[in-house]
Design a protein around this ligand. Structure first.
Ligand code: ADP
Ligand code: MG
Length: 302
């Protein structure tokens, strides 16, 4: 449903996207995960036809974004990072004016609004002014608005940024049901690990390049073991000691020593014994998507 081939984008001399390729199948929930400046919004702008790429090709729902942007816009719903609602109008009024932009009116528009409002759980709020709604409800109105022309693909840029964890989970549930009920293909960008973990597949973007792609489970299994995090008054000495003694390559992250290793529990016993008094605390973690990102790039997402 989405094909991205060797996409590259430069703003002047700044390379924001470099040779990015991936495909998204029908009905998939696909995530672009990466830190600030990773290139997520640049890719989103190209897919939503706001901007032409410097090089490469992207096809959305069968239409080339550069050659047939109008075709893409007919088939794709777009939710921008910044809010696009008129706060002094009601939910229904916002949806109605969006419908008019798509040339919808009368009972067709009414049915589309009824359905969108129901899908996003906004039924009892449709006459409320947008300014009276919470951040989470507003995002749901934005999505309802993007669905009025019944797109096959929904593109969302950081839709859950600024929401609390409960509102974020709620949004994820609604997105999930759009896919399961209507088969909508969803591409979202995020820097939030939990949200990324709920996608079917992901690409990890760092400095405009894909550093890894796969399902969350596939990505986590790349670490091939556990992640042990050690706190010490002298991280540099401990890191060096572990390198020499165990032949491992620990990393210092956020002032702590981080080691990727199979059978972490055994390593913990050995390392505590090897460096008596040097370790203040020990954590044994199953790898997270953050660990995968650190593994691939040496830096943290957040
Ligand atoms: P993300 O959405 O992952 O935070 P962006 O796509 O916004 O990343 O940015 C990728 C890179 O491109 C960054 O280095 C950013 O500073 C740069 N960039 C983004 N938008 C512009 C712009 N309009 N003009 C110049 N540089 C930009
Ligand atoms: Mg962005």
């Amino acid at each position: 449903m989405i094909v991205v081939e060797n996409l590259t984008h430069q703003y002047g001399s700044r390379l924001a996207l470099s040779n990015v390729s991936f495909e998204v199948g029908k009905g998939e929930i696909f995530g672009l995960l990466g830190p600030n400046g990773g290139g997520k919004s640049t890719l989103f702008r190209i897919l939503s036809t706001m901007m032409s790429p410097t090089a490469g090709r992207a096809v959305v729902a069968g239409f080339d974004v550069a050659r047939d942007p109008a075709g893409v816009r007919r088939r794709a719903g777009v939710v921008f990072q910044t809010q696009s609602l008129d706060k002094s109008l009601s939910v229904e009024e916002n949806l109605r004016s969006q419908g008019h932009l798509h040339g919808l009116s009368g009972h067709v528009l009414r049915e589309r609004i009824d359905r969108a409002v129901k899908q996003l759980g906004l039924g009892d709020r449709r006459n409320d002014l947008v300014e009276s709604l919470s951040g989470g409800l507003r995002r749901r109105v934005e999505i309802a608005k993007a669905l009025l022309h019944r797109p096959q693909v929904l593109l969302m840029d950081e839709a859950s940024t600024g929401l609390d964890p409960a509102a974020r989970r709620d949004l994820s549930n609604h997105i999930e049901s759009l896919r399961s009920e209507d088969g909508v293909t969803i591409l979202l960008t995020t820097h939030i690990l939990e949200e990324a973990g709920r996608c079917d597949r992901l690409v990890l973007l760092h400095q405009g390049k894909i550093v890894a792609q796969g399902s969350p489970d596939e990505l986590r299994s790349r670490i091939g073991g556990d992640v042990v995090v050690l706190k010490s008054a002298n991280t540099a000495a401990l890191t060096q000691g572990i390198e020499q003694r165990f032949g491992l390559a620990p990393k210092i992250m956020d002032g702590q020593v981080r080691v990727e290793i199979k059978n972490g529990h055994r390593f913990i016993a050995e390392v505590v014994e090897a460096f008596p008094g040097a370790i203040e605390s020990v954590a044994l973690n199953k790898p997270t998507l953050e660990d995968v990102f650190v593994h691939e790039t040496g830096v943290s997402i957040e």
